[in-house]
Write a protein that binds this ligand. Sequence first.
Ligand SMILES: Cc1ncc(COP(=O)(O)O)c(C=O)c1O
Length: 376
Amino acid sequence: MADHPLLTADPKASYLAHAAEIRAAIDRVLASGHYILGPEVEAFEREFATAQGGGHVIGVANGTEAIELALRAIGVQRGDAVATVANTVSATAAAIEQIGARLTFVEIDAATMVMSAATLERALVEAGGTIKAIVPVHLYGHPAPMPAIVELAQRHGAKVIEDCAQSHGALVAGRPAGAWGDAAAYSFYPTKNLGAIGDGGAVYTRDAELAERVQRLRQYGWRQRYVSEEPGRNSRLDELQAAILRVKLGALAAENETRRKLAARYLERLGQAAAAGARRVTLPAVAADVRPVWHQFVVRTPEREALRTHLAERGIAAGVLYPTPLHRQPAYAQPELHLPETEQACAEVLCLPVHPALSLADVDRVSDEILGWLCS
Ligand SMILES: Cc1ncc(COP(=O)(O)O)c(C=O)c1O
């Protein structure tokens, strides 16, 4: 029998793993007659906040709007500078652009591929106090260096909004990613570690006033129904997605543990022989104080297309997150800006299958194919 195809992410498998509970949750919502911002959203907000160690969660329509509303809530306005990285999905920049704020891209750390605190410091010094907010992205499930970023932000009078779209459940120095900055933005896009069956997002913060402001901004600026205290919008999480997310939240810790086991197997198998081959593959680095959640398992090779094709021919999908850094994309182009580490990472990264529906045998199969390619 031919080997089954391996996908980079498998939202259908994630549904099937919890099908009975999800169907029961959907039935419960359908029968309730409450479909937008009701008891399921409130319960999910409470339960997700508890999983974060306390604080407030505000469910919103998607991760992009979670970033935007968090930035607006801390006071970012048109013309303000916001620092972030360029090796992220367009959504991070889109949220900043929606406000009319200015994007300041800073360089990444060569090993971990998340925001470099040293280059952030240079950007903050050069900007002379004009950077209003910093948006570190915990890319691939590996958090940015939050202790250093928070310290720099305080020293330079900037706020911090963590982009946690890929880091549900990750830890930095024992504290959840998302609990370091002024607020954090989550996406529940179906392929995320905590994924809905549709769009969804949330803002997390330990600041009650900030939470109230986000709550107003997500629904027309209302505190009281039909009274807009400030300009707001519609960015609501619906009851069906919240009920499904409650099911998925219950499985998040165990599924992250599965991802860690799969990643450990990749590191063990590929670590043994990666150095011995004629070709070169670099394995992902994990910072000392970080517990990642392996949203992606990302290797690097200057021969990315060759390896990708080799795997594809053997039924193994490998993704490229992200092929073009934001400062080289038409919408956000900054031709004068050079970010060598970011540009090199985008040219070399290859995401291997890592999701909870995979087995160790699947990882062995991918590893064997890569080891064979390395020595070919
Ligand atoms: C790093 C990052 N930021 C933001 C987002 C935006 O989330 P959404 O697609 O829910 O708007 C995503 C998800 O695609 C993401 O991966």
